[in-house]
Design a protein around this ligand. Structure first.
Ligand SMILES: CC/C=C\CC/C=C/CC(=O)SCCNC(=O)CCNC(=O)[C@H](O)C(C)(C)COP(=O)(O)OP(=O)(O)OC[C@H]1O[C@@H](n2cnc3c(N)ncnc32)[C@H](O)[C@@H]1OP(=O)(O)O
Length: 302
C-alpha cells in the first residue's frame, strides 16, 4: 500500500514537469474542455472518437479525406482529442486508426508548406512539433492500427505510438520517404526512427527514402506486427489489453525514461528548429520541388 502511494507521488512528481513544459509551449491547442462523461460523446469534423469506457480504451479515427494529410486544422483537432482523452480518468489507452479507406495518413499537408508566407510556415511547424511531442510523451498507451499507406509524416505519427499493427496488404507501405521529395527529415524524425529500428537501418531508410511494404516493415522493425487486414483492429485491441495489464505508473515512468532524452532535444531547440524549417521551406528551390511534386500528384489522375 505504502509502496503504491509512494509510486503515485513519484509518478506525479516526474510527470508534472513534462505536462508543465508542454502546457507552456507555444502552439498549444487550448485548454481541455471538461473531462469525465463529457469526453465520451466527443467528436470533431476530422476526428471521430469511439469510446469504450468499460475497457478504458478509445478508438481515434482520422477522417480528413481524401488522404488524411496532416493539415493545421486536422493536427489541431487531433491534439484536442488526445488532450481530452488524457484528461479523462476513464481512459488508459487509445488506438489511432484511419477512416479513409486504404490510407492511414499521407503525411504532412503539402499545401501547408507550399506558396504560403513565413508566418504560416512557423505556425504550421509549431503544430507539427506539438503533435510529435504530445503523442510521443502521452501518458496513455497509444497503439497505431495502420490500415493504409503511411508515408513521411504518417509514418512519424505511427512511430510516436507504443505499438504498431500494420495490415498485410501489398498496396500499403510505411516509411520516412522525405528524401524522395527533395526534403530532409529533421533530427527528431530521425531520432524517432533510430529509437525504433536502430542506427544502421535508419540511416539506410532515411537516405534512400525507403517505403517498406508490410513484410519488410516487420523485418526491419518499423512495425511490431503484420496481420490480415480484417484483423488489424482486433489485434490492436488484444495488444492494448496486454499493455493495460501493466501497472500504469510503472509503465508511464518507463516510457518517460525511454523517451525523455529524445523529446528533451526538441524541447530545448524548439525555436531554432522552427527557424530552420522556415528558412529551408522558403528556399526557391524547395518551393519549386514541392510545387512540382504536388502537380505530379494531381496529374496522376488525369
Ligand atoms: C528542415 C525540415 C524540412 C522539411 C521537413 C518536412 C517534412 C515533411 C514530411 C511529410 O510528411 S511531406 C508529405 C509526404 N507525403 C507524401 O509524399 C505522400 C503524397 N501522396 C501520395 O503519395 C498519394 O496521394 C497517396 C499514396 C497517399 C494516395 O494516393 P491516391 O489514393 O491515388 O490519392 P491521390 O494521389 O490522387 O491524392 C488525392 C488528393 O490528395 C492530395 N494529396 C495527397 N497527398 C497529399 C499531401 N501529403 N498533402 C496535401 N495533399 C495531398 C493530392 O494532391 C490529391 O489532390 P486533388 O486535389 O488532386 O484531389
Amino acid at each position: 500500500m505504502a509502496l503504491a502511494v509512494g509510486m503515485r507521488v513519484l509518478t506525479r512528481a516526474l510527470l508534472r514537469p513534462w505536462a508543465r513544459g508542454l502546457r507552456a509551449a507555444p502552439g498549444r491547442t487550448g485548454p481541455a474542455a471538461g473531462g469525465g462523461d463529457g469526453v465520451r460523446c466527443f467528436r470533431s469534423p476530422r476526428v471521430l472518437v469511439e469510446p469504450d469506457p468499460a475497457a478504458g480504451v478509445a478508438v481515434v479515427k482520422m477522417r480528413n479525406p481524401p488522404v488524411n494529410s496532416l493539415s493545421l486544422e486536422f493536427l489541431t483537432e487531433l491534439l484536442i482529442s488526445l488532450e481530452k482523452l488524457e484528461n479523462d480518468k476513464t481512459f488508459h489507452g487509445i488506438i489511432i486508426t484511419s477512416d479513409c479507406p486504404g490510407i492511414f495518413s499521407a503525411g504532412l499537408d503539402l499545401t501547408e508548406m507550399c506558396g504560403r508566407d513565413p508566418e504560416h510556415y512557423a505556425e504550421y511547424w509549431k503544430a507539427v512539433q506539438e503533435m510529435w511531442l504530445r503523442f510521443y510523451l502521452s501518458n496513455l498507451v497509444v497503439i497505431a492500427a495502420i490500415n493504409g499507406i503511411s508515408p513521411a509524416g504518417g509514418c512519424l505519427l505511427s512511430l510516436t505510438c507504443d505499438y504498431r499493427v500494420l495490415a498485410n496488404n501489398p498496396k500499403y507501405a510505411i516509411g520516412l520517404n522525405e528524401t524522395l521529395l527533395g526534403i530532409v527529415a529533421p533530427f527528431w524524425f530521425k531520432d524517432t526512427l533510430v529509437n525504433t529500428i536502430g542506427h544502421r537501418s535508419a540511416e539506410r531508410a532515411l537516405q534512400l527514402g525507403l517505403l517498406f511494404p508490410p513484410a519488410e516493415a516487420l523485418r526491419v522493425g518499423v512495425v511490431d506486427q503484420v496481420v490480415p487486414e480484417d484483423q488489424v483492429q482486433s489485434t490492436a485491441r488484444s495488444v492494448m489489453a496486454q499493455w493495460l495489464d501493466i501497472p500504469d505508473h510503472a509503465r508511464q515512468l518507463t516510457k518517460i525514461l525511454m523517451r525523455k532524452p529524445t523529446a528533451d532535444r526538441l524541447l530545448t531547440e524548439r525555436d531554432a528548429d522552427i527557424e530552420n524549417f522556415v528558412r529551408f521551406i522558403c528556399k526557391d528551390s524547395i518551393q519549386k520541388s514541392l510545387h512540382a511534386y504536388l502537380e505530379k500528384l494531381k496529374q496522376k489522375k488525369g
